[in-house]
Design a protein around this ligand. Sequence first.
Ligand code: GRF
Length: 207
Amino acid sequence: MSRTKIGVLISGGGTNLQAIIDNIQQGNINGEIGLIISNKNGAYGLERGKKSGIESMFINPLDHRDFQSYNDKLIEEFKKRDIELIVLAGYLKILSQDFVSEYKNRIINIHPSLIPSFCGKGYYGERVHQAVLDYGCKITGATVHFVDENADTGPIILQEVVKVYEDDTVDSLQKRVLEIEHKILVEAVRLYCDKKLRIEGRLVKTI
Ligand code: GRF
């Protein structure tokens, strides 16, 4: 089976990206990363990519007249390199409808909560964990899902639970959730590249 060409979008430190890079290098994922794009200048994830010899670029949203043309530029760069699968690894921007249609059922996102809780507009980064703590939840977790037209509503691929402790802070909780994110994101990408995921409506089945 041929290796899946993966494109990764990031906005930050890129520990999820690193988990994918490591697992590709260890032979656990039948894929290769063809391009990493960040919307943030100086995102450490770009350094991680370069260190592994992967083409990695910052594309500045301010160089584009609007959201639509920025997304068109992303599509153009991914298409130029025949990217098949897009992974959002801590990408904090919304994608355009055109982007989502172009890569229908081929975009995977990681979210640091158990969707459908603490997701959607405004729930990103530390805000998610703060909201979980404020609500007094006893469990939280992480979700990997395919991306559809709305924020965090696409078909769920994998989820895993993380316990919330009474003395947890945003930092401690984020750290434990992040470990789970790495695990399930890698597993979802592995399954995708092995062609083991089938989408039926909003259900994802493993074959
Ligand atoms: C992760 O919590 C991810 O779920 C969220 O942003 C964080 C990014 O972490 N969307 P990293 O850049 O992969 O280290």
